[in-house]
Structures are given as C-alpha cells and as structure tokens.
Ligand binder design. Sequence first.
Ligand SMILES: Nc1ncnc2c1ncn2[C@@H]1O[C@H](COP(=O)(O)OP(=O)(O)O)[C@@H](O)[C@H]1O
Ligand SMILES: [Mg+2]
Length: 383
Amino acid sequence: MFLFFNKTMKSNKQLSKTNVLKSEGYIILDHISNGSYGEVCHAKYIQEEKELNLVVKIIDTKQTSKEYVSKFLPRELDVIRQINHPYIIYTHSILQKKAVLFVFMAFAERGDVLQYIIDHGPLTENQARIWFRQLTLAVQYLHTMEIVHRDIKCENILITEHYTVKLTDFGFSKFVKSSKKLNCNTYCCSLGYASPEILTTRPYDGKISDIWSLGVVLYVMLNKKMPFNRKNIKLMYKQQVKRDWEHQPSIEKIISENVKICIDSILQPEPRKRWTLDKILNSDWIQMNQKLVKMTEQESFALIEALNQDKTIHQKHLKKIKANKSDTQQILGKRSPRFFSITQQLESIFSSNRETNESKYMLKRSERIVHTDNLLNKNNDII
Ligand SMILES: Nc1ncnc2c1ncn2[C@@H]1O[C@H](COP(=O)(O)OP(=O)(O)O)[C@@H](O)[C@H]1O
Ligand SMILES: [Mg+2]
C-alpha cells in the first residue's frame, strides 16, 4: 500500500509485483550510509523524459525495534508529509512494499555538515553565519507548525550543490500541543547534542531543547570538535550546567565577540533564560551580514504558511497516533519485528569505551539513543 504523496503512483495491486519500484519509475542505486534505522542509497526517479536525482531511505520494519515502528516511524511519516520549507529536505514520495518502507527525498549533493567539516576543516565565521541562519529559520518554521525535531545535529544537516543547508531526519520529531510547555518526556536525541534538561529526564520543553542542539551545532561548525565530554554523562551534565566549555584557542582568537555571545546565550543551561529563535535571528551576530537581516520572499512565504496552518490538524494527528490508528501503525503494528531493548542499545553504544575522560571531545558520528530513565542517577556501567 502507498502512504505517500506522489500523485502519479498506481494502485495497490500493481505494487505487489516484485519489480514494483522499477515499474513505478524508481531505480535504487549505490549505498550512501547505514542509518540508525535503515540504509540510505542514491536513487533515480524517471518520469517521461524527466530524470530526478533522489536519495532513498530504506526502512525494513522487521529489522528495527518495535518501539521505533509503533511510535517514532508513524510520527516521522506524519511530519514529513506536512512540511515544506526552503531549508528542510524535500520528501518526494513514500512507498511501502511488504514490511519495507522507501522514503524518497531530494539528493543533497554535498553530503552532511559533519562530513563537510571533517573533510574541509572548521567553517569560516561568515559561512557558519549563513548556514546557521538557514538552519534557525528551518527550526522556527517547525516550531511554528508545533513540531519539535529532537535530533538536530551536524549529521542531519545536508548541503546542496549550491551550498544551501537542508535539515533532515525526522525520526525523533513529533507534533506537540502548543498549550503544553513541558511537552516531551522521552530522552531522545544524540547525546552530544542533548540539553541538560533532557539529561535529567524530567519532562522538558522540546522546542527549547532543540535550541540547545542548535548551539552545539554552531559550536561544532566553528571548532570542529564537540563542546562536552560525551563518554561520561555525569561529567557532561556538570560541564553543561557549570558552563565548563571553551573554544579551541586558535579559533577563539579569530572569531567575533558577537558569535561568542550568541553561542554562550544558546548554551544557557537554564531553559527559560536560553535565547529564543527570534533573539538568535535578530542578534548582532546575524546582523553583521546586512544581506541576512531581511527574510527573502521564499523564507517569509514558508513562515506565513506555517502560521496559517490550522492548528486543529495537528491535534487530530496527535489523537490518531495516540489511538494507534495511523495508517502505518495499522499495517506495521501487526508485525513483530525483532525487538532490541533500550538498555541493550545503550550498552552497545557505551560498552566500547568506558573511560572516564575522553581525550578531547572529538568529532565523530553521533549515535542516537532513546531512554526513559534518569541517566544521571542510574548506578550502572554506562556512567
Ligand atoms: N537527501 C540526502 N542527500 C544526501 N545525503 C543524505 C540524504 N539523506 C541522508 N543522507 C546521508 O545519510 C545519513 C543518514 O540519513 P538520515 O536520514 O539522517 O538517517 P538516520 O535516521 O539513519 O540517521 C545522513 O547523515 C547523510 O549523511
Ligand atoms: Mg540521521
């Protein structure tokens, strides 16, 4: 069955044929990355004379955890079906074949920001300002739509051929109730980008935590390293709340006071005092580039669309998911994929290195974790 929005697709019957993707014009090409919940490959979509370069995320629901399939995946599909923003990756179509989902999206030719920094070194402040503003506008759009992303990190920011950034990976995203401030209670994010309030595992405001992750992204863009020690969660939390982090000495010398203030105000451990997205966008740092002061037509159009969204649609979606009635859940919920417990996932992440001190908070691919216990008070091997 199709869950998607490509109007050219055909009926269910045709989908049962083995060559369904090809017959629908989709060709899956070489592998790009092994994602947390499936493989990411290059793909092509051929329709009449047109050929589109796409990327497909292939999610085999039999190979992923039950929690992911019943909780996170339906939310991800719900969210990506409704968003449309110049700095968010464009989802072309979503297909399902038996237990496998194919999410086709636009191809970002220059890969993700993490790889870009590893290959090219830290960004110049001017480049960081342009990309960071684009990213902040993407998050402002999502928050206006009452969506929290909850996995903002350099690996989830893609770069197009023309050096525009696009936020991707809505695997942890969800609609939230605008009236409810402490709208999230599952620990989910990538550890290095998680806010102090997430680490305490009390209910938290997902929007304000997204802003913390933005601060970590900006720090990484400029320093090519992580600000906190991720191998020891207790220590990491201490560093966050005591503001015990610093810029690389060579970077500190060359970056402006304005960007330092910006990072400092975003990595504010007290959620209520943390800078808002508006403050970031109107900050002296962004204004240092006069071209970035005003929104382009496309940028403001997207925001107006979000503002005009009928909020009741979101509430309906929330209810649908809660009632286990979303299309995906009806189909996928019946299967029983292999279940890896959360603790097992956590252990496999941490077992490889249990040292108390990380030499320097190096830059490497982050791994996502989901947890509902208080990580800080847990007396187990991982901390
Ligand atoms: N549209 C795309 N264009 C180019 N590379 C992509 C695209 N989507 C994903 N990737 C690459 O694949 C990686 C994993 O994709 P992502 O959607 O983040 O899945 P996961 O849930 O596994 O993290 C990204 O970090 C990026 O390097
Ligand atoms: Mg990702």
